[in-house]
Design a protein around this ligand. Sequence first.
Ligand code: CP
Length: 292
Amino acid sequence: MDHLLSIKRLGPDGIIRILDRAAELRGGAVPEIGRTHYISNLFFEPSTRTKTSFEVAERRLGLEVIPFEAGFSSTLKGETLYDTVRTLEAIGLDALVIRHPEDRFYKDLEGRTSVAIINAGDGSGQHPTQTLLDLFTLREEFGTLEGLKVTIAGDVSHSRVAKSGRDALKMFGADVRILCPPEWKGDFDSVGDWDEVLPDSDAVMLLRVQHERHSGEGSFSAEGYHSRYGLTVERAGRMKKDAIIMHPAPVNRGVEIADELVEHSRSRIFRQVENGVYVRMAVLETILKGRD
Ligand code: CP
């Protein structure tokens, strides 16, 4: 594995290898990193979880983490992403973790740089490490990914989490159901309703409404959205025994999910965040060992 660009390219065998290694690391396995590696995190969009958990994963692996602040970089003077990456490669960086507002930002880099690229979220495209931590959390809970029924509810057309999640879950024969306003369906197959999907869903994954990616759309009512599409306390009470609540976060409490459910016994939201550190350690270790 030279890069991590999309979950489809990683494929089911690659996914399982990362999840297995993340489980070993979570269980206390000692990371296997050879020589010194230099890595930097280039975030051109806001992030709390992904950026911080990559930084923790990198430090736990003993990597040399080189600070990069997009808001103080020469990209503000018009330097392209390609020239930025080539510059950091020339300086001696081995790997770059990149979040960028453009879908498939990496298409301009492929085959043109020897630095390893890890996609930390491309526009409305993919979020492979979020999907890996979601799969890790599901497998940890249910012991398998095969045949799970997962309902993804929210702004799926703008959600890289929904798209890479769907791609991955389908590789394992999971039944992915979508619940959202019809105009936010994007290229997803069908739109269910709560009464239809709640009784047999193993997991309900809520998504934030991505207002920053909407343009020229009508007024939005948080209360109206919550009552029609949100996971309310009443709906959570109708989830089947042992079903779990997931959310990639950040959460807008009271919009896509009731405030009381964020830390409910069914919720795995903070467990997902915890698991993200081990999954990212496994990704980085796998890529960097391949460069030794
Ligand atoms: N889930 C996720 O990607 O969160 P951040 O935007 O805070 O990194």
